[in-house]
Ligand binder design. Structure first.
Ligand SMILES: Cc1ncc(COP(=O)(O)O)c(C=O)c1O
Length: 340
């Protein structure tokens, strides 16, 4: 099934990304069969879920004659990194409006990881205080650029508008077709990190169109469940106007968000270590670490059981690991772990 813009001009993903059996983890946990959809494995810019949104958004930008893209993010934003990388590949200028909004971070957080990569990819950085809203600043920057004769295209937070989120309606089909081909059976549930909400919204749209009856559980990485659901409702209203059969399919678990967006938790650290040590796979400290903490708890709570197949969507983000060195280091010299 085709989703969203026909004739997409920009290809960034090299789909299908792998759908991998997590055999060691499945055996250890003695629960459902675990699969991981590796959307962290993409050739461009370190990979991640944002590239599926950016394919559509940047196709739209090019069709409108844009020469500059403007997008917001936190200092360790994966979306900002991947926008900068995609812009570099397409020969577009990239302006990042960066909010220093995550509390209790050290100077290293403000230097390494994605923040360093923004500069390596040649993006122009506009820094704003954590208290300021990025949307009006982006509009001001766009206006300045128009006055200079440029053709700016503004991409919203996380690329999570109706157009960008279609990337995950298509990804849902891709993943399910792979499961059928590889396992000769279907997926019973999908677990995904829920941030700006577009990835979960897109998966729900794809699931409904496919008449799939399984569950999509979003693990909130910051917001309370009610606020996160409102975001997802707004995206789905824009994606599928006139329908609301998706309402009952929106499921958000906010028990793993800890102190909020970008704040590390003990569960995140354990999940990152477990998946690295059992499967050799890097998760990230802000999204997939918390989402995996959620999945592990849901298995412990017998919400998912033996005989079921659960797919964890790996949405990327490992370039941010070094920014969370204090939580993740087990070096006796640094002490490690005093950051949680
Ligand atoms: C690595 C990673 N995982 C998950 C997400 C969440 O996706 P979404 O913003 O579509 O909810 C993001 C972006 O916010 C991300 O960078």
């Amino acid at each position: 099934m085709q989703h969203g813009v026909g004739g997409m001009a920009v290809r960034l993903v090299d789909a299908p990304t792998p759908l991998q059996n997590l055999t060691r983890l499945t055996k250890d946990l003695d629960g459902p069969d675990l699969l991981m959809k590796r959307d962290d494995v993409m050739p461009l810019g370190g990979g991640g879920n944002k590239l599926r949104k950016l394919e559509r958004l940047l196709s739209d930008a090019l069709s409108r004659g844009a020469d500059t893209v403007i997008t917001p993010g936190a200092l360790q934003s994966n979306h900002a990194r991947l926008t900068a990388a995609a812009a570099a590949q397409l020969g577009l200028r990239c302006i990042l409006v960066l909010t220093d909004s995550v509390a209790n971070r050290d100077e290293i957080y403000r230097r390494v990881g994605n923040f360093l990569l923004f500069q390596v990819f040649g993006a122009e950085l506009r820094m704003i205080p954590g208290s300021e809203e990025s949307a009006p600043v982006m509009e001001e920057v766009a206006e300045e650029e128009r006055r200079r004769g440029a053709k700016p295209y503004v991409i919203p937070l996380g690329g999570s508008n109706a157009l960008g989120s279609e990337g995950y309606a298509a990804a849902f089909d891709e993943m399910r077709a792979q499961a059928r081909r590889q396992l000769n059976s279907d997926i019973d549930a999908v677990v995904v990190a829920s941030g700006s909400g577009g990835t979960q919204a897109g998966l729900i749209a794809g699931a409904l169109e496919a008449n799939w009856r399984g569950e999509i559980v979003g693990i909130s990485v910051g917001r309370p469940a009610s606020a996160q659901k409102e975001r997802i409702v707004a995206i789905l209203e824009a994606m599928r106007p006139g329908r609301n059969d998706w309402r009952e399919r929106i499921e958000v678990d906010d028990r793993f968000a800890g102190g909020g967006y970008g704040q590390p938790t003990v569960g995140m650290v354990r999940a990152v270590q477990l998946v690295a040590r059992r499967e050799g796979i890097l998760l990230d400290p802000v999204y997939t670490g918390k989402a995996m903490d959620g999945l592990l708890s849901l298995i412990r709570e017998k919400r998912f059981r033996k005989g079921q197949t659960v797919a964890f969507l790996h949405t990327g983000g490992s370039p941010a690991l070094s920014a969370y060195w204090q939580s993740l280091s087990s070096d006796p010299m640094t002490g490690g772990g005093d950051d949680r």
